[in-house]
Design a protein around this ligand. Structure first.
Ligand SMILES: CNc1nc2c(CCc3ccc(C(F)(F)F)cc3)c3[nH]c(N)nc(=O)c3cc2[nH]1
Ligand SMILES: [Zn+2]
Length: 374
């Protein structure tokens, strides 16, 4: 029986680990490497689905933890699934909730069974188990479901990491056993192992042994120094099979995206573009700008002169600064639109550069402009 998703490798950059591929899903193809906009509560903040689609997004992320607590996965099942409910007809990947329980839930307790926690919304008590996480994602109908894992905290000693990794692997067996409709929804495994190279290798080997249609690298972007993350990443990608997509979880600022793609990562996410929009921050080809800054008061040029998005074609920095200061929702709409467009555009540039075996040059050009070393 074929899996819901399959990966096709199109081209390997001649001088780096960067690779160009396509992920075929029941809701269309995803060109990789890809940046996935975050739609935590069944909405990409301040954006309508048509806009997200129009800028070229082919997959968005959503979340088991949030949607289970509100509005409830059974309600979404009754609505015909998450695609119907949020009017998004391309691919959806849902995280399994483990990470969010730890970053959002109060009073949580890990047991062999699963994780007990109190809702950050109303304090009600719940338990999330591997079986429950699969059931919820099945109700949501996401094309890619993530296994229920523990994203170990940073720093953590080797003893803790090994025990946590072993439990995550036992939970993975339970997720696989609970997963029925492989031809409609694919289950991705998530590699843990902290910052310990040998544990990472062992975790990867045991996950690959169980065979999944895709693999995520978890337990990173949890506060570790950048060099440490890149060191771990150097090894992790090589432990994974060539013919499956690789998803690096929680990574999404431009510099990290380049480093991840250079090492052979296919999929990335991050709440950053829409989150920073709400604080008046815009990502431009010449670095980040804070629109609140007084220097933009009479600046009638676009956010980014090199950007062709709706925001940059129609509004000035002065206007966006004004609506932001005035507390108008328009500022989140215009900044989210630009920030997402910028990252999606940047990924399109990476894909083209890989096809032409000039990823290294593309990365240098980008860095020189973005960090002003030009
Ligand atoms: C920010 N750093 C980080 N984020 C991490 C995430 C969350 C990724 C995610 C997924 C969906 C959404 C949604 F809001 F769009 F829904 C938002 C974020 C992880 N998730 C799991 N399962 N294991 C990990 O080991 C892990 C490590 C992570 N490091
Ligand atoms: Zn723009």
């Amino acid at each position: 029986m074929t899996d819901a998703i399959t990966y096709e490798l199109l081209h390997q950059d001649r001088r780096t680990g960067a690779r160009r591929g396509v992920i075929h899903t029941p809701h269309g193809d995803i060109q990789t490497p890809v940046f996935m906009p975050v739609g935590t509560q069944a909405a990409v903040k301040a954006m309508r689905p048509e806009q997200v689609r129009e800028m070229g997004a082919e997959i968005i992320l959503s979340n088991t933890y949030h949607l289970y607590l509100r509005p409830g996965h059974e309600l979404i099942r009754e609505a015909g699934g998450l695609h119907r409910f949020m009017n998004w007809n391309r691919a959806i990947l849902t995280d399994s909730g483990g990470f969010q329980v730890f970053s959002l839930g109060q009073l949580r307790k890990i047991t062999e069974e699963g994780v007990r926690f109190q809702s950050h919304i109303d304090g009600s008590r719940h338990i999330l188990t591997p079986e429950k996480a699969v059931e919820i994602q099945n109700a949501l109908g996401s094309d890619i479901m993530m296994a229920f894992d523990e994203c170990a905290p940073y720093p953590a000693d080797r003893e803790y990491i090994r025990d946590s990794m072993e439990r995550t692997l036992r939970w993975l067996e339970r997720c696989k056993a609970a997963h029925r409709n492989r031809e409609r929804q694919s289950l991705f495994a998530i590699m843990q192992g902290g910052m310990y190279r040998d544990l990472r290798r062992e975790c990867a080997e045991r996950m690959v042994e169980m065979d999944f249609p895709g693999y995520a690298i978890g337990g990173l972007s949890v506060g570790e120094p950048k060099e440490q993350m890149l060191e771990i990443l150097d090894d992790c990608v090589d432990y994974l099979p060539q013919d499956r997509p690789r998803y690096l979880m929680g990574v999404g600022t431009p510099d990290y995206l380049f480093e991840a793609v250079e090492r052979g990562i296919d999929m990335c996410d991050c709440v950053e573009p829409t989150r920073i929009a709400r604080h008046g921050l815009a990502t431009t080809s010449r670095g980040r700008i804070n629109i609140k800054n007084a220097r933009f008061e009479r600046d009638f040029s676009p956010l980014d002169p090199e950007c062709d998005c709706y925001t940059c074609r129609n509004y000035s920095r002065a206007y966006i600064r004004h609506v932001f200061k005035a507390g108008e929702m328009m500022s989140a709409m215009l900044l989210s639109n630009h920030n997402l467009h910028f990252l999606i555009n940047m990924m399109a540039g990476m894909r083209k550069a890989i096809e032409e075996d000039r990823f290294t040059e593309f990365k240098k050009e980008f860095y020189d402009k973005y960090y002003g070393t030009a």
